[in-house]
Design a protein around this ligand. Structure first.
Ligand code: FPP
Length: 292
């Protein structure tokens, strides 16, 4: 995970080290595609989020503004998702996590839920070859047991087919909820204690994180939410602890490469302190630059 652990396995306070590399430096990116303006500081590498997470909101409003059924908004949203995946892969972002269907979305009208699940299956089937050929790997997080068997098979198949790929790691959250995720991890740890594999006091951050859906992946560096709402909506509750949040009014189907570039630019200008002071951050950056 991205941040230095505040506690060691024995539960004692340990001096936090510099945060694990949470974002990467690059000379390219959507900044390359969307703007060739020089950096205001005169150049140098551009800091990219290593892991970008997105709450794709606003499909329904996009459709309503055009007097279209909501399903058309979701279809346009799927096209925007496809373009976003491509842009992230070209930019060099390593991990992209998209919130496609939340555990709360079952509360929507039955026909909309069915349309969303059908669209989800169609998109996966349609994109499977391109994702595989372009070296992307796909992983789903969420409780897939509630999905129809055909959709589960498609999900399993595409995960297996892309497992060895080394390009962009695309994570799709489907029937995902942050509470569900943390509960799962807590139950897993409780079972390990019950079976005598560990002591309750040994359940530390690393032990709990190993049971989370994003286990093995760095925490998101940047969370983008489109559609104007400013909330997390039960997404990646644990993993977003130190994530930079970016809320934008743009409705998801309109979120294009230029909008992605804006988000990345804003991220680049944020100071990530991970609990430290600005002076400490500046010193650590100078150390890294000196070691290059
Ligand atoms: C929120 O918009 C969007 C969703 C609940 C579904 C997201 C799904 C897609 C973008 C299409 C499929 C994606 C993939 C990755 C296969 P909303 O309906 O809540 O919009 P509103 O707030 O304007 O009503």
């Amino acid at each position: 995970m991205s941040e230095a652990a505040p506690f060691d396995r024995g539960g004692r306070t340990s001096r936090p080290g510099p945060p694990e590399r949470a974002s990467r430096e690059t000379d390219g990116g959507p900044l390359r595609g969307a703007s060739r303006k020089p950096r205001p500081d005169g150049g140098g590498p551009v800091r990219l989020p290593r892991h970008l997470a997105i709450i794709m909101d606003g499909n329904g409003r996009w459709a309503r503004a055009r007097h279209l059924p909501r399903a058309e908004g979701h279809r346009a949203g799927a096209t925007a998702a496809r373009e976003c995946v491509r842009a992230c892969a070209e930019t060099g972002i390593e991990y992209l996590t998209l919130f496609a269907f939340s555990s709360e979305n079952w509360a929507r009208p039955t026909d909309e839920v069915e349309q969303l699940l059908t669209l989800f299956g169609q998109v996966l089937a349609r994109e499977s070859d391109e994702l595989t050929e372009n070296g992307l790997s796909l992983r789903f997080i969420g409780d897939r047991s509630a999905f129809p068997p055909g959709l589960r098979e498609t999900m399993d198949h595409i995960e297996g087919r892309t497992a060895e790929n080394r390009g962009l790691k695309l994570v799709i959250a489907a029937n995902y909820g942050g509470h569900w995720d943390i509960l799962n991890a807590a139950r897993r740890a409780a079972r390990a204690v019950e079976q005598g594999e560990m002591r309750a006091d040994d359940v530390d951050r690393a032990a709990l994180e190993s049971g989370l859906a994003l286990s093995g992946l760095p925490s998101p560096d940047l969370l983008v939410r489109t559609g104007g709402e400013q909330r997390i909506s039960n997404f990646l509750l644990w993993n977003l602890a130190y994530t930079e949040l970016y809320f934008v009014r743009t409705l998801w189907p309109d979120f294009d490469r230029a909008a992605l570039a804006d988000a990345i630019r804003e991220f680049r200008d944020r100071e990530r302190r991970f609990g430290r002071t600005s002076e400490q951050v500046a010193l650590a950056s100078a150390d890294v630059a000196g070691a290059r």
